[in-house]
Design a protein around this ligand. Structure first.
Ligand SMILES: Cc1ncc(COP(=O)(O)O)c(C=O)c1O
Length: 398
């Protein structure tokens, strides 16, 4: 079977994947079906934070598949309750909802905010505020929350009641609020226009306005969570408790899981049957999640995220001094954006393609930027080797 041809014969063309077929992966190394080796600086889009085929996690999956795969949220399973308890103990949360992806978590959090809003005695309390350059997934609610024409075009009508405001801009922010605002949705670290962290003053102003207008603060930690920025979740750096927080990606290291964290006050306004999903809180995903949480919250692992970030930055800065290849380098933990000084053949798509040819996997952020989001436990030796490949590739394209 020619899998590359069969792919376009049988799979809807939403992606333009790399032109090789992956056979296996371990740690931060990936092999294709021709046994070619790649260093992985992508980690499945910031998801396999503990490396591919992690042995401790494989053991958990194997054991769980012998016990119970699926029964639906109509029946209680032990791993789901254990994971919910762990998440509550390690965060601000008092209650958890499990689903299967980041986009689904975002959609659910908007539903919860609207239901809670209405429970406050104002039937029009359903308006949402979101920010420029936001990415909240590809479902209708997520694209409505973004202000990206590229994400929205062709998919109207979109869910209504959403106002967008420039990220990190306090000016004019209050004008977007009213007594009908039920929630604000924000990524504390954005990636779509490069890695941009929310400014602490901006978050303080936002919190104040949320309090004044009785609006909930929904934090999207789908990509920034699970150690990516050097803390278990990035809200910890800001010293506040979100009302709702969406997670997904890294929690089960690549096994699908998503969810929402919240508090008892909001939970008390929910009613049976108002939301749900067949696969949410599945025992396999949750058993993995329990182990992942234990491993990621370890101080040494999180400290290493900052050390490895420094090593990456040292290489990128040195490369830039020599080749003037980047307009901008931004990072938050092991999440780095490189804006290219585009010239002739030196552009994002060519760079990714050539890196693949030379055995390095990197990600696109947008048409001018690449994104680096390796496993949080990538070996220093691989960071050095991968950077050597990146430099050689840039030299060939410039
Ligand atoms: C910040 C953020 N929110 C939501 C999503 C959507 O997650 P998923 O792709 O699991 O639906 C993503 C995905 O990249 C994301 O980065």
């Amino acid at each position: 079977m020619n899998t590359l041809n069969e792919y376009s014969n049988y799979i809807l063309p939403f992606y333009a994947p790399a032109n090789f077929v992956v056979k296996k992966a371990s740690g931060s190394i990936v092999w294709d079906t021709k046994n070619k080796k790649y260093i992985d600086f992508t980690a499945g889009i910031a998801t396999t934070n503990l490396g591919h085929s992690n042995k401790l996690l494989s053991k958990i999956i194997n054991e769980q598949t012998k016990k119970l795969w699926h029964l639906s949220p109509l029946y209680i399973n032990e791993p789901a309750v254990a994971l919910a308890k762990k998440l509550c103990k390690k965060t601000f949360a008092e209650k958890v909802f499990f689903c299967n992806s980041g986009a689904e978590a975002i959609d659910g959090s908007v539903k919860i905010a609207r239901k809670y809003g209405i429970s406050r005695g104002n039937k029009n309390k359903n308006q949402i505020i979101s920010f420029s350059s936001a990415f909240h997934g590809r479902l209708l609610t997520g694209i409505a929350l973004s202000n990206s024409k590229a994400l929205q075009n062709g998919f109207h009508p979109l869910p209504k009641g959403i106002k967008n405001h420039p990220y990190n801009q306090i000016d004019g922010l209050e004008e977007k609020f009213s007594e009908n605002t039920c929630a604000v949705v924000i990524e504390l670290v954005q990636w779509q226009d490069g890695i941009i962290s929310a400014n602490k003053k901006f978050i303080t102003a936002l919190k104040k306005l949320c309090k004044k207008y009785d609006a909930l603060l929904i934090v999207d930690e789908v990509q920034s969570g699970m150690g990516r920025t050097g803390t278990l979740f990035s809200y910890e750096k800001y010293g506040f408790k979100p009302d709702l927080m969406c997670f997904a990606k890294g929690l089960a290291n690549g096994f699908p899981i998503g969810g929402i964290l919240t508090n008892n006050k909001i939970s008390d306004a929910m009613t049976i049957g108002c939301h749900g999903t067949t696969f949410g809180g599945g025992p396999i995903a949750c058993a993995i999640g329990c182990k992942v949480l234990d491993l990621i919250e370890k101080k040494t692992l999180l400290n290493n995220v900052f050390k490895k970030e420094k090593l990456f930055l040292k290489h990128f800065n040195a490369m830039n001094e020599e080749l003037s290849c980047f307009k901008d380098i931004k990072s938050s933990g092991l999440w780095i954006s490189l804006e290219l000084n585009i010239s002739n053949d030196f552009n994002v798509d060519n760079l990714i393609k050539k890196c693949h040819e030379k055995g390095l996997m990197i990600l696109k952020a947008n048409n001018t930027m690449i994104r680096i989001s390796p496993s949080l436990i990538i070996e220093n030796e691989l960071i050095v080797k991968g950077n050597k490949i990146l430099k050689e590739t840039i030299l060939e394209l410039q």
